[in-house]
Design a protein around this ligand. Structure first.
Ligand code: XMP
Length: 519
């Protein structure tokens, strides 16, 4: 396994994802993690991330590479700041560069380093390999540390890559982890496979075997409770725990009346009937709708839904005895983002299932089998565990569900109407191949009456808005440019098939300034 030391780069998570894509397990630790922890981790190689600091400034506070890293004798790859720190500490010199480079650059690979040999996008007239890379630096290495040679250069950074094949020490000024560096994945794979000697056996099947063994050891013959939402993470936890501990798992699925069309039945079909998992379905629609009655404020609605969920879940759990564990679908990005890998004390409870305070109150131990996995790994093991691809690749759905897609007050009739409109929209997206091309798509119920003419009468009926976005991180998003013919087809179906809707509109706002949801 590989240890990644985080010097504060925004790309550190990407490095970890790329290493795992190469089939090698890795973990991120803060740059100042205890030397003993580095020894205990026993990495086959270490990657030093980039970071915002400058090593040449006369400042003792600048992050250093712990001597334990070099003492382990394993290969090290320094990226950007990581390369400068490595060069500086091994006796080289780093200076502020007169020309700063940010963005695309063409790098010439030099010599025959193990790291870059035969990796190139094209060759120049002299036959040297050229690489398209993503560069971001203000400082540059001016003098090589002993034993190193130059393995890459650009006109403004003659030392853009350094290497000591003997010791397996490398530095790259550019970022192999971002996709703009077209050969980046090959370079990182080369480092972990050939330089560090890691086998690429971190595959879905092996991850499952490993997790199953760990869960069995942790849980023993005790019993586990899981709040199953039907979302990807909790679904994969359910399938995984079922494989690991079978009937020691009990799931509680709360139908809050704000789910999508047939969602509750599908969850029961998949988990209870098909996989044979014990799932308690709680039909709490009335309870949620009663609690929400008359409330129009979005944040208050969210709080009511969250609180009611806890009450219902709590009551169900109270009916079960002999439960020692509460399982949650926390995944690695939740751990990193919420607590920060750099605090080293990452232990968070996923808030979106709204069971935050429960484990302590119920006196349960917390089981988070996916807390070391990225979303794409969770999806892969979900498929391997036999969950339907449709469920694994479903667009995200907010915890408060249709509660934030019915603007203002919530009524059952609105929810029923929205469920149908949403189902028509999603079905059409799937049929046309647009579902996979969009990141999130849904219908919104607008409690506005607009005029329509049917037959010989005028009717004042509701408006449905359609929203479809493309995004990588859900922090920013662009509205999906769905074809007019497609929108026309969906609009006709919704107006013809759903009573009470006379108008369909399409949301063409980007995020920012608009958000993805309407409330
Ligand atoms: P916004 O609307 O903030 O949404 O652009 C970004 C992403 O977050 C989801 N979202 C929620 N998820 N509880 C959730 O679990 C919520 O209250 C909530 N609000 C928004 C939204 O669906 C989108 O994927």
């Amino acid at each position: 396994r590989i240890l990644i030391l985080d010097f504060g780069s925004q790309y550190t998570q990407l490095i970890a994802r790329r290493v795992r894509e190469a089939g090698v397990y890795c973990e991120i630790r803060p740059w100042d993690v205890d030397g003993a922890a580095i020894h205990d981790f026993a990495p086959r190689g270490v990657i030093l991330s980039g970071g915002p600091e400058s090593v040449h400034e006369d400042n003792d506070e600048t992050p250093r590479v712990d001597d334990a890293v070099f003492a382990t004798g394993v290969p090290v790859l320094g990226i950007c700041y990581g390369m400068q720190a490595l060069a500086h500490q091994l006796g080289g010199a780093v200076e502020a560069s007169s020309t700063k480079e940010f963005g695309y650059a063409e790098v010439r690979a030099r010599g025959h380093s193990v790291l870059l040999r035969d990796i190139e996008d094209r060759t120049n007239a002299e036959g040297h390999g050229l690489l398209d890379v993503w560069m971001s630096h203000g400082d540059r290495v001016a003098e090589l540390p002993g034993g190193f040679k130059v393995i890459a250069s650009t006109p403004s950074a003659p030392i853009a890559g350094i290497g000591d094949d003997q010791r397996g020490l490398y530095g790259l000024q550019f970022h192999p982890e971002v996709t703009h560096t077209r050969q980046g994945q090959r370079i990182l794979a080369r480092f972990v496979h050939e330089v560090c000697g890691c086998k690429g056996d971190w595959t879905a099947g092996n991850i499952i075997d490993d997790l199953v063994a760990r869960v069995r050891q942790e849980v023993g013959d005790e019993n586990v409770l899981l709040g199953l939402s039907g979302g990807v993470d909790s679904s994969v936890v359910a399938a995984l725990l079922h494989r690991a501990i079978g009937d020691q798992l009990t799931c509680v699925f709360v139908d809050n009346g704000l789910l999508r069309l047939a969602e509750g039945d599908e969850v029961m079909q998949t988990f209870a009937r098909h996989m044979g998992i014990r799932v308690i379905r709680v039909d709490a629609e009335d309870r949620f709708l009663d609690a929400l009655a008359g409330e129009a404020d979005p944040e208050v609605k969210r709080k009511i839904i969250g609180r009611t969920f806890i009450e219902v879940f709590d009551e169900e759990a109270g009916k079960l005895d002999d439960i020692q564990w509460l399982a949650q679908g926390t995944i690695y990005p939740d751990v990193i983002e919420s607590a920060g890998a750099s605090t080293g004390k990452a232990h968070v409870i996923k808030s979106h299932h709204n069971v935050g305070g429960l484990p302590a109150r119920m006196n349960l131990k917390l089981l988070e089998p996916l807390r070391e996995l990225f979303k794409d790994e969770v999806r892969r093991i979900g498929l391997e565990l036999g969950l339907p691809a449709e469920m694994i690749h479903r667009h995200p759905f907010p915890g408060p569900g249709l509660g934030v897609r019915i603007l203002g007050e919530i009524h059952k009739a609105y929810a029923d109407c929205l469920r149908q409109a949403d189902a028509i929209f999603i079905e059409a997206l799937r049929e046309s191949g647009w579902y996979e091309k969009t990141s999130q798509a849904f219908a919104v119920f607008l409690p506005v009456k607009s005029v329509g003419v049917t037959g010989d009468g005028r009717r004042y009926e509701w408006v449905v808005a359609l929203r479809a976005v493309e995004t990588i991180d859900f922090m920013t998003a662009r509205w999906a440019h769905l074809p007019y013919d497609f929108l026309d087809h969906v609009s006709r179906r919704i107006i013809n098939e759903i009573e009470g809707v006379s108008r369909v509109v399409y949301d063409i706002s980007g995020k920012p300034p608009a958000t993805i949801e309407w409330e």
